[in-house]
Design a protein around this ligand. Sequence first.
Ligand SMILES: [Zn+2]
Length: 262
Amino acid sequence: MFTIPDKVSKLLTAIGIFAFGYIYLAYDTHHQKYLSVIEKYNDQLYKANRAVLQTDKDIEDLKDNSSTLALKHDQPDQIIVKNNKIIFNRILKGPSISIQITEKLEPYWKKYSDDNFKAKVENAILEQKLSYLKSEEKALDNYMQNEFTPQLLTALVIFFAGIISWISEENKINPTKQEEKIYGNCQSCGKVFNSMRLNGTNKDKSLNRAFCKFCYNKGKFLEPDLQKEDFLSNVSLTYAHDNRIIRKRKDKFYKNLERWKE
Ligand SMILES: [Zn+2]
């Protein structure tokens, strides 16, 4: 089922892991940017709310002072609220008491006007931050849909393709059951074990009972990329002159060696 060579499966696994790292960093960059935009918006929201509260307090002070002075001197109230608009009816000519009330109200009016202007500015900035936040939300959404999710799925596929083929390769190279069997022939090249053709060794330096030292040593095949078809066609040259029945039997023998059988 998995015929990807050992090196390729390790490479795929490594690419998968690197891809996860890269995707995480890219995601983190996008997410941090989004969080900082939210933070700036919240700061501005706080400033704008404060400015509005200050203006409300200014209006209360202004109205309070105006009505107190009007009552005290039996004069008309100079601060009037009309259609939610606050109006200052200044008296610049006429009875001196009215002119004095206007002068007394002037600093309260100035404070209200200044703070009201500030509140308008803070609210205008807030509007800007809100539209920036909305565009950033949309950008993050697009990124998650069009980049992050497909990249993550691709990395998962690469990683699992690598790891599964790696595991299946490992199982092919080190079949645990072959340790229990005693073989007369190398299960890779098919040659008989003897004093010249000794067994190869496993990773832990123990003897490998299936393969000769010319095929397998220190836990690795000497020709790991050798394909079954190439091996069979090469070895068949050595008995090309035998008769058909012997050729068939040898074909079967080589095909059934542990390394090559399916
Ligand atoms: Zn061998």
